[in-house]
Design a protein around this ligand. Structure first.
Ligand SMILES: [Zn+2]
Length: 377
């Protein structure tokens, strides 16, 4: 698993001069590559190395090489079209940088030789420990940043326990989990309604200050939706499950859903929720699997009977066995069962278990009672 750590460095003249020289080196290679229509690192190196060293005698040879690598990748991306490297940045690899999070400093190769730079300590530096594989120095105006890529290797994959939590995403309930937890959208909808009300009033006013106020509001609404996804994904990932199953949102389906979600929930996005769950799950060595969304809302999670008529609005009622449940919870349980076989497929030699094994206790012999919070809903 890779993560990027961002630290701020002092705006040192040596760093800025290094970035200027690096960009020039990169540009010489880009010009040659687009002129000769080549992106091969070997061909670029043979043709440009001496020219770059002569033009930029202070740029260390290892940086001349990473500049050539970066140019080669830019040429590959844009099919050898003529390009100007505008962004002031330097690519560092294991030979040219060393990151010391315990001493809050980084050592970098520059036009003035190898130098050490301090940075402020952040807690996430302790969270993301591992092998620091490469880095990018970025100059923005008078500010200097270093993005360090770290490969985290001590995240153990807990494969032995395949307990799968099914998660159904929807409008009325943002997420329903197969372990009977509901994250409803009431608060989100209430906040959206409030913003909409304010927006209508301001649009009617139509002055410039009303327009500015509108922009501020949309930012605030967006941050609220973002925060909702952060807290829901955190609560889900902290559960005692190692595998999380979500419906794959198909392009057509999601566009339809997108409109529906949008009308009801403003800037809240189910895709973002999925991204957050994945990100936080990976950090804990847990797994996220996608399942086929077909029939998950029409299928009985108890007997497997699939029929359109099984669904009565918010309620699921099986036409075959008479099983009744909240419709979203029924969907989440189906997603959990599908997720389990999907997860087991990741390990080729293991058999796919029968769906019965993933049913809640008591379902098979009919003694299952839904939790009191769900009865009559
Ligand atoms: Zn049934």
């Amino acid at each position: 698993m890779f993560r990027t750590i961002k630290v701020t460095l002092p705006a040192d003249a040596a760093l800025i001069q290094t970035a200027l020289a690096f960009n020039k080196a990169c540009q010489i290679v880009l010009n040659y590559g687009s002129y000769r229509k080549t992106r091969s690192k070997r061909a670029l190196n043979r043709a440009t190395y001496r020219q770059v060293r002569e033009a930029l005698p202070h740029l260390p040879s290892a940086l001349v090489q990473t500049a050539r690598d970066e140019a080669s990748e830019i040429l590959r991306r844009n099919n050898c079209a003529a390009t100007v490297k505008k962004r002031l940045s330097v690519r560092y690899d294991k030979r040219t940088f060393k990151f010391y999070p315990d001493q809050n400093r980084v050592s970098l190769t520059t036009v003035d030789g190898r130098l050490s730079f301090p940075f402020k300590h952040y807690d996430y530096l302790d969270t993301w420990r591992g092998e620091y594989t490469n880095a990018q120095l970025l100059i923005r105006g008078s500010r200097v940043f270093l993005n360090v890529q770290v490969e985290i290797t001590d995240v153990e994959k807990r494969r032995e326990s395949g307990e799968v939590l099914g998660i159904d995403r929807g409008v009325l309930n943002i997420a329903v989990c197969s372990d009977n937890t509901f994250f409803n959208s009431g608060h989100l909808r209430a906040v959206k309604g409030r913003y909409q009300h304010l927006r209508c009033g301001l649009q009617r006013v139509g002055t410039r200050s009303a327009h500015r106020k509108l922009q501020r509001l949309s930012g605030r609404e967006r941050r609220f939706a973002l925060n909702t996804n952060h807290s829901i994904s955190k609560a889900i990932v902290n559960k005692e499950f190692n595998v999380f199953a979500l419906e794959k949102l198909h392009v057509r389906r999601s566009r339809k859903n997108g409109k529906r979600f949008n009308r009801l929930l403003g800037s809240w996005s189910p895709r973002e929720l999925r991204r957050f769950i994945q990100y936080k799950a990976e950090a804990k060595g847990k797994t996220v699997v996608d399942v086929d969304p077909r029939h998950t809302s029409q299928r009985c999670s108890r007997c497997g009977f699939v029929h359109k008529g099984n669904r009565h609005g918010l309620r699921f009622r099986c036409g075959n066995c008479g099983f009744q449940l909240n419709a979203d919870l029924n969907g989440a349980r189906n997603i959990g069962v599908l997720g389990k076989s999907e997860y087991l497929r990741l390990f080729v030699n293991e058999p796919i278990v029968a769906p019965e094994e993933a049913m809640p206790a008591g379902v098979a012999d009919g003694s299952y009672k839904p939790p009191s919070s769900l009865r009559g809903s």
